[in-house]
Design a protein around this ligand. Structure first.
Ligand SMILES: Nc1nc2c(c(=O)[nH]1)N[C@H]1C(S)=C(S)[C@@H](COP(=O)(O)OP(=O)(O)OC[C@H]3O[C@@H](n4cnc5c(=O)[nH]c(N)nc54)[C@H](O)[C@@H]3O)O[C@H]1N2
Ligand SMILES: Nc1nc2c(c(=O)[nH]1)N[C@H]1C(S)=C(S)[C@@H](COP(=O)(O)OP(=O)(O)OC[C@H]3O[C@@H](n4cnc5c(=O)[nH]c(N)nc54)[C@H](O)[C@@H]3O)O[C@H]1N2
Ligand SMILES: [Mo]
Length: 765
């Protein structure tokens, strides 16, 4: 009988105990304090010991031969040559030095967007920034794919983007005061399996259950009934994708024309409401944004919108929006419009009232938790000061030297020669992957640290094998969760893999700046340092925090639930003079003079209905009549664990599923389980049809995350929807991804089906 060992650990999908036997991970047992552990944990043993793990450093054959003059379009098709660490590190070090000296620090792209893993010390993206910053800097990425439009819009409107990070009126306040809970984008519990930084406690299901028992009325507005959680007696209102703004404007129209709005609140706490009201009433452009007007856009019957507005005005109402609403072309508008709607209702800053974001997007949103820090590792400062908006990566690589606008400023795209990526998968996260492939062929050198042969690792020139969290010691936690977790090393490093920290330490030493990178600390000293800062912060705020050894032994640290409810903008509500918002006027800006001064026709100075590039009312919908919604996958995190047991068993014929309405399936001769071709002018993928009465006609829904598997002719064989999505910024104001604005059509797959090759290791010579 092999000896069984148990180690506390943490992932973005939850805390767990790693059960190790005979040097192998046997199981991940959920953390005892977690009331709703995620089944995704089951995929871990298979992934940790997967044949897809990268064993040794590897260099693309053509690059090893020709270095910077190699043919970049061979990335992804040429074999790799396995080399020793000494050789690999020397190549990386020489190449960084060459590019820095020949082309400058701003010729290195180090944005390295991606979630990496939960531990904060060994967080690959943070370490990449820390390493490149200490060596002279690089070009970074501003914002994120999650809520990039909100991040750059909300400061103009409410002076902060904190509410989109999860700092919203908490569930205690909702349970006690809210009567009507309106959820644009719904409350898919699938998404609440995840917390960035890791959850000790999956709190959302418990709070939803308490809210249900409190008799709160739930309304879910979404293109799919699947956004109503099982067991929640919520009313589902189907809506066309990307048209929520029209519905919100119509609700304001009802409030105004029936004098149900809070005229006092919009006068004392808002600026520019009157100009917005003129627009809504049609005084500005001759079109009243009435319920009848909106019904023609969003497909919701006029009476339904009018009645919902009346009901919201008569009881305590919280209106929340998933982050997906703003991950769309013109994604600023629904977020600004919901604030205007909440302002017209006059309940902002009252217990259980106002607006919120993200309840259906991530675990822990609205979870009552004291406002003290979570563990953190510092990335240092970027000496170049240069960055691009996060999702403009392909634009940058394709158009060096060309100007772009962003949040009131003009800049030009840098000329990138070297791309360095660790902890992200751009061939998962970016839109229009066939375009990204063209852009990706342009840099001279691409370096990637990965643990698995992901689509991005396969498309690198130099691949360095990284350990997983179970192969090192770490500390993790999130600002949305009351637990901080010790993460004990459970396994030796896989094959020849090394920790990202050690890879960077060695490279920094070769370039003569090891001390700047490590600050003289090794893994164990860093863990004590990070914990020490956290503990000092907690003690200052009046909470217990034992010494490091006691924490490490116990495996976790827990914050008490606060006794007082948190209400967003409570102080501002009570006294707007004494507690102004951080906006130019100190009030909620329903009209923004600052945005007006930018002069962007794609982001007007007040919330407005601005048509997205692609939606069901666009001219393009005649050719491509289905709106493709790409959601977060329920069986994994992004592309992570796609080859794991939970994800693989959910595939049909090895492909990702596309959910469609009965009407759209029948009219195309498609039956449940059929393989289909989902396509538009940008590309195509193979998926398996799931026909459902809960999907609105005209809508097709696919999860992201299937490893990109192109056949060389713009067809993805595995079901990666990002071959279909559009790669344009939301607007010049926020330049965020527009992933959720894409039109497609679907046909039954005819003839032979090409096999999926996403989970094959590239040829190694
Ligand atoms: N169409 C469409 N596209 C989308 C979205 C959408 O809604 N629709 N959503 C977007 C959003 S919100 C996001 S956040 C992005 C997510 O995009 P990403 O964050 O890029 O996706 P992940 O699959 O989490 O990629 C993380 C990678 O890091 C690797 N990794 C994990 N731990 C380590 C480590 O310790 N060291 C190293 N070196 N590597 C490690 C993993 O193996 C994985 O390949 O996708 C975006 N893309
Ligand atoms: N299991 C799992 N959970 C995750 C993740 C994961 O990969 N796996 N990723 C995490 C990350 S990084 C992020 S950023 C969040 C993202 O959180 P979100 O962006 O909120 O997640 P989505 O699943 O894209 O969208 C939520 C719901 O919005 C609906 N929806 C889409 N478009 C529209 C629209 O135009 N109008 C309306 N009314 N509804 C619409 C969809 O039906 C969908 O189910 O999820 C997190 N949670
Ligand atoms: Mo995200």
């Amino acid at each position: 009988m092999p000896e069984t060992q148990r180690f506390p650990s943490l992932s973005h999908w939850g805390a767990f105990t790693a059960v190790v036997e005979g040097g192998r991970l046997r199981a991940c047992e959920p953390f005892p304090h977690d009331p709703a552990p995620s089944p995704i944990l089951r995929s871990m043993p298979g992934m940790i010991h997967s044949p897809l793990r990268i064993a040794r450093p590897a260099v693309r054959q053509g690059w090893l031969r020709d270095r910077a003059r190699s043919d970049g379009s061979a990335r992804g098709s040429e074999p790799f040559v396995e080399v020793d660490w000494d050789v690999a590190l020397k190549l990386v070090s020489e190449e960084l030095a060459r590019v820095r000296s020949q082309h400058g620090d701003a010729a290195i792209f180090g944005g390295s967007y991606g979630w990496s893993s939960a531990g904060r010390l060994h967080h690959a993206r943070t370490l990449t920034h820390r390493f490149l910053n200490a060596g002279g800097g690089c070009v970074m990425q501003a914002g994120n794919y999650s809520w990039g439009a909100a991040q750059f819009l909300l400061p103009h409107v409410i002076g902060t983007y904190a509410p989109v990070t999860g700092r919203v009126t908490d569930w205690k306040s909702v349970e006690a005061h809210t009567r009507l809970f309106i959820a644009f984008g719904g409350l898919p519990l699938r998404n609440t399996q995840i917390t960035s930084g890791g959850a000790g406690e999956h709190s959302t299901p418990r709070w939803l259950e308490r809210a249900r028992r409190a008799g709160i009325e739930f309304v879910v507005i979404s293109p799919t009934q699947a956004d109503v959680p099982d067991g929640l007696p919520a009313r589902w209102i189907p809506i066309r994708p990307n048209t929520d703004t029209a519905m919100m404007l119509a609700m304001v129209h009802t409030l105004l024309t029936e004098q149900r709005h809070d005229a006092g609140f919009v006068r004392t706490h808002c600026t520019g409401f009157d100009r917005f009201a003129d627009y809504v009433l049609g005084k500005a452009d001759g079109t009243a944004k009435s319920a009848e007007w909106a019904a023609g856009i969003c497909g919701v019957p006029a009476d339904v919108m009018r009645e919902l507005a009346r009901r919201a005005a008569s009881v305590r109402t919280l209106i929340t929006c998933t982050w997906s609403l703003q991950r769309a072309h013109r994604g600023e508008q629904p977020y600004w419009a919901v604030i205007a709607l909440a302002a017209a209702l006059g309940q902002v800053g009252l217990p259980g009232g106002g607006f919120a974001f993200g309840h259906g997007s991530m675990n822990g949103v609205g979870n009552p938790r004291p406002g003290v820090a979570a563990p953190e590792m510092s990335a240092g400062r970027n000496p170049t000061g240069r960055s691009i908006p996060v999702a403009r990566i392909a634009d940058m690589l394709l158009h060096p030297g060309e100007p772009f606008e962003f949040n009131g400023k003009r800049d030009t795209y840098p000329d990138i020669r070297l791309v360095y990526w660790a902890g992200g998968n751009p061939f998962h996260h970016h839109q229009d992957l066939n375009r990204l492939m063209r852009a990706w062929s342009r840099p001279e050198t691409i370096i990637v640290h990965e643990s698995w042969w992901t689509p991005t690792a396969r498309r690198a020139d130099i691949v360095l094998p990284a350990t997983t969290t179970l192969e090192r010691n770490d500390i993790g936690g999130s600002s949305r969760d009351r637990f901080v977790l010790a993460m004990h090393q459970a396994l030796p490093p896989h094959a020849h893999s090394r920790n990202d920290f050690d890879i960077y330490r060695e490279l920094a030493a070769m370039a003569g700046y090891e001390a700047a990178f490590t600050e003289g600390r090794d893994e164990s000293q860093w863990l004590r340092h990070i914990y020490g800062e956290l503990a000092a912060n907690w003690r200052e705020a009046g909470f217990d925090a034992p010494d490091f050894e006691a924490f490490w032994q116990a495996g976790f640290l827990e914050l008490p639930e606060p006794s007082r409810e948190f209400v967003l903008f409570e102080d501002f509500r009570r006294d707007p003079q004494a507690h102004p918002l951080q906006t130019p006027s100190g009030k909620i800006e329903i009209y923004s003079e600052r945005i007006a001064a930018f002069g962007y026709d794609d982001c007007p100075p007040h919330p407005a209905w601005v048509e997205p590039v692609e939606w069901l009312g666009a001219a393009a919908s005649a050719r491509y009549p289905l709106h493709l919604v790409t959601s977060q996958p329920g069986d994994k995190l992004h592309s992570q664990l796609d080859a794991g047991e939970v994800s693989v068993s959910a595939k049909i014929h090895g492909r990702e599923r596309v959910h469609m309405s009965e009407q759209d399936a029948v009219s195309r001769g498609i039956a449940n389980g059929d393989l289909v071709r989902v396509f538009n002018d940008r590309g195509a993928c193979i998926a398996a049809a799931v026909v459902s009465a809960g999907v609105m006609p005209g809508v097709a829904i696919m999860s992201t995350g299937a490893w990109f598997d192109p056949d060389g002719a713009a067809l993805d064989r595995h079901g990666n929807p990002n071959v279909l999505t559009v790669d344009v910024g939301t607007s010049r104001l926020t330049q965020a991804p527009s992933a959720l604005s894409a039109l497609v059509d679907i046909r039954k797959w005819e003839g032979e089906v090409p096999p999926v090759r996403a989970f094959e290791v590239p040829q190694l010579v």
